[in-house]
Design a protein around this ligand. Structure first.
Ligand code: S3P
Length: 451
């Protein structure tokens, strides 16, 4: 296992980057995208508070999950690696974390901030969580309000945003909480706080959201009860270290699913993709649009389903996206909007107002970028209407949102001219190596850095 990288090497570069994407091409061959971001975060968090040594393979070495890793190092957890996705975490047990001696900077990572706010509310020390400009503008009352009901004390700005000042408390009480938004981050935050609370903590979600926390807690031997619409844990137990394999991230695979679907002559194999049924909305939506995606060799990888996906180009058609699939594809809409722009007819998305509070306002930023490229895209309060047709060349601004930058890169396959994409440096938060991997299967992207 390699030596730990100093924190300074792991944080976001302040240099701006731009993608220049040539038009046309097709995607062929095979690739394995990096590890799942959601699972990588949780593997550090649970490994750190477990008893014993946890070994992880396939960990995402992106800036977001490294922000979580650094936070736990700062709280006294010894972590070897990452070394080609391998990590060894020497767990300190549920009560073994130490005060970090200064604010924890979580960069661009909403998952780190929201999940840590729960886990750290029950510690015997106080801590401040901060982030970059995007994260400092995202709503945090959705976690601080219910944590307050549990007895936690957390300071926010007047707007309910970070920095979060968490005053640790040994006196959390379990609650039964009906979440107003379908959010896996809120659910996970409360379940992690529930590990430290007296009695039972239950969460009810308005729609099913990703269940990696529940699955992983069970993998660490911590009982999670599911009854009707409730998910419950009882505080005061312990986690037992285990070995974990992180599958390839379906959210990163999504760019290539769309790319191979829209680019004539494509035939692409995506290997070992996480197929958790709470995450596979992108496949179901693309299939409804007419995409040709074969699911090969479905199998289990450490408690999570995985499969290889074989995609052939196909003629796509516009659809009304079923609202029940929205939470199951919540991170994939920037890529799906590109699919819609290449489809015959109109695609309509509703019930997706959460897209407005992601790393950027993904409804507005995608609508603006599509309009720049000559696509008829009409943003609505909770979604978008897109009429498929040609995509022109042009220049778009990703507003520092990794998924928007990668979505417009994929659009180059269908575009009639070169696409310039500004503010792409945050692609490293979730998909280090994107440009090389994409170019290896047929995209033509040149990345430049501001000097
Ligand atoms: C995540 C949950 C989702 C998703 C985010 C990762 C997680 O956010 O958008 O990228 O790992 O729990 P919400 O829970 O806010 O929908």
């Amino acid at each position: 296992m390699g030596a730990a990288a100093p924190e300074s090497e792991l944080t976001t570069s302040s240099k701006k980057s731009r993608f220049r994407v040539k038009s046309g091409g097709r995607l062929t061959g095979s690739l394995r995208v990096p590890g799942d971001k959601s699972i990588s975060h949780r593997s550090i968090m649970l490994g750190a508070i477990a008893e014993g040594t946890t070994r992880i393979s396939g960990f995402l070495e992106g800036e977001d999950s490294l922000a979580t890793l650094n936070a736990f190092r700062r709280m006294g957890v010894e972590i070897e690696g990452p070394d080609r996705g391998g990590l060894v975490i020497h767990g300190v047990g549920a009560d073994g974390l130490k005060a970090p001696g200064g604010p924890l900077d979580l960069g661009n990572s909403g998952t780190s901030m929201r999940l840590l706010s729960g886990l750290l509310s029950g510690q015997g020390f106080g801590v401040t969580l901060s982030g970059d400009a995007s994260l400092s503008g995202r709503p945090m009352r959705r976690v601080t309000d219910p944590l307050g009901l549990m007895g936690a004390s957390i300071g926010t700005t007047a707007a309910g945003t970070a920095p979060l000042e968490i005053h640790g408390s040994a006196n959390l009480k379990g609650i039964d909480y009906r979440m107003p938004v379908a959010s896996a981050q809120v659910k996970s935050c409360l379940l992690l706080a529930g590990l430290y609370a007296e009695g039972e903590t239950c969460v009810r979600e308005p729609a099913i959201t990703r269940d990696h926390t529940e699955r992983m807690l069970a993998g660490f031997g911590y009982p999670v009860r599911h009854s009707a619409d409730r998910i419950c844990v009882t505080g005061g137990g312990s986690l037992k270290a285990c070995n974990l394999e992180v599958p390839a991230d379906i959210s990163s695979a999504a760019f290539f699913l769309v790319g191979a679907a829209i680019a004539e002559g494509s035939e692409l194999l995506l290997e070992h993709v996480g197929m958790n049924p709470t995450r596979d909305g992108v496949i179901r939506i693309l299939r409804l649009m007419g995409a040709d995606i074969e699911i090969l060799d479905p199998r289990d990888a450490g408690g999570e389903p995985v499969a290889d996906l074989l995609v052939h180009a196909a003629k796509l058609k516009g659809i009304q996206i079923p609202p029940d699939l929205v939470p199951l594809a919540i991170d994939e809409f920037p890529a799906l909007f590109i699919a819609a722009a290449c489809a015959d007819g109109e695609t309509v998305l509703t019930g997706a107002e959460e897209l407005r509070v992601k790393e950027s306002d993904r409804i507005q930023v995608m609508a603006d970028g599509l309009a720049q490229l000559g696509v008829e895209a009409m943003p609505t309060a909770d979604g978008m209407r897109i009429r498929g047709g040609p995509i022109n060349g042009g220049r778009v601004d990703s507003h520092g949102d990794h998924r928007i930058a990668m979505s417009f890169a994929i659009a180059g396959l269908w575009a009639r001219g070169e696409i310039l994409i500004d503010d792409c440096e945050n692609v490293n938060t979730s998909f280090p190596g994107f440009v090389d991997l994409a170019c290896g299967v047929g995209l033509s992207i040149e990345q430049t850095w501001e000097t």
